[in-house]
Design a protein around this ligand. Structure first.
Ligand code: SAH
Length: 369
């Protein structure tokens, strides 16, 4: 008897048809379909966040995260000369928790709230609905966009937490002395399988670190991330103010396969259940910084999330939040501080990059890097 071939799910069948028609997909195209297919894509049909979902993000760990980001935004807005009006933009706002907490904290500066025009860039209809509810609770009615390009041109403050990791990456494999594109095709049993694309594919700008790479080494580039960062930096350069990018990733370009798939807080095979599992890659902060600089913006960091939040006053904020409350709540707050800033938790793997108009130094960064 033949071994049973695992059934492809609905999106798997759609991808398999496309592969039969036009050949294997780049890893970037595979990611884009899995996350954003209009009918079956991962983000289109569910709220993946929280304990009952697939992953937990910093704003979902504690309100302190969004509150500190809110205070950061106010300081930068003031340093920029209080532009009015300005576009307050969040990329990939999830449940809207970060923005809700930031805007609540910003009530200390009513002029900031009066000047802010809230624009959210979000592809998921499910999450847009969550964002609408959460922001209504602080009296805000945002405008939604599918892409940053349609946000009106004016001074801008951009926040992106765990957004860039969801943007597609291309992978290249060192094979026979060349960098060849890693692709997703079909194996002889009809299952999705990684392969190496035919020769003659466009080579990425090969970074210095890739010189002398061994056979089988993997190099990742994210043209989608570069394009978004170029647009952010261009707007900052033209119309002023800043962006705050927080994500997991690496400060310097390195070789390695960082494509990862998560379901219910555990790593799973990225090919096993397309559209039903989260699919992300580590963010290359060196590449983002280089892009922002080349568009004429100033760049600060990347700094690790732990030191960033501690410098902004995480411990003091935790103290005020817990003052006079019961021990259970105080313990919860203490655990959240550890989760957000602890070196073995989100404090080291997560990095913070600030991009500003020339001449503006955002907290808590020192002299421009
Ligand atoms: N920032 C939130 C959510 C992170 S999850 C938090 O920290 O909790 C990633 C978010 O980006 C989700 O809201 C997802 O729907 C959105 N997203 C993913 N790909 C996107 C794309 N190409 N364009 C716009 N939003 C996207």
């Amino acid at each position: 008897m033949e071994a049973a071939v695992p059934q492809l799910n609905a999106l798997g069948l759609k991808i398999a048809d496309r592969i039969r028609e036009t050949g294997p997909l780049s890893v970037a195209d595979f990611m884009a379909v899995c996350l954003g297919d209009p009918d079956l894509g991962y983000y289109m049909r569910r709220d993946p966040l929280g304990l009952s979902g697939d992953f937990v993000t910093a704003p979902e760990v504690s309100q302190m995260f969004g509150e500190l980001v809110g205070l950061w935004l106010i300081e930068v807005w003031e340093a920029a000369g209080r532009p009015k009006p300005f576009a307050l933009v969040e990329l990939g706002p999830g449940r809207g928790t970060l923005m809700r907490d930031a805007l609540r904290a910003a009530r200390v500066r009513p002029e900031f709230l009066a000047a802010a025009k809230l624009h959210l860039v979000e592809i998921s209809p499910v999450l847009r609905a969550r964002q609408r509810e959460q922001l209504a609770s602080v009296g805000e009615v945002p405008t939604w966009h599918h892409r940053l390009a349609t946000v009106p041109k004016m001074p801008v403050l951009v926040v992106a937490n765990e957004f860039f990791d969801a943007l597609p990456i291309r992978q290249f494999v060192r094979a026979g002395g060349e960098w060849r594109e890693r692709v997703v095709g079909l194996d002889t049993a009809g299952r999705l399988a990684f392969g190496i694309g035919p020769g003659g594919l466009i080579e990425p700008d090969v970074p210095a670190v890739a010189a002398g790479a061994e056979e089988g080494a993997i190099l990742e580039v994210s043209p989608a991330s570069t394009a978004v960062m170029a647009e952010i930096a261009h707007r900052i350069r033209e119309n002023g103010t800043a962006a705050l990018v927080i994500d997991y990733g690496y400060a310097r370009t390195a070789l390695g396969d960082t494509l990862q798939s998560v379901r219910r807080h555990a790593y799973v095979d990225p090919l096993a259940d397309p559209g039903e599992v989260d699919l992300t890659a580590h963010v290359n902060f060196e590449a983002l910084a280089r892009t922002a600089r080349s568009e004429g913006a100033a760049v600060f960091g990347p700094m690790e999330q732990g030191p960033f939040l501690l410098s902004l006053g995480l411990v003091e904020r935790a103290g005020r939040l817990g003052a006079g409350r019961d021990t259970a709540l105080q313990n919860e707050i203490r655990a959240a501080v550890e989760r957000l800033a602890g070196p073995d938790e989100m404090g080291t793997l997560f990095k913070v990059l600030a991009v500003t108009a020339p001449g503006l130094t955002p907290p808590p960064f020192g002299p421009r890097t």
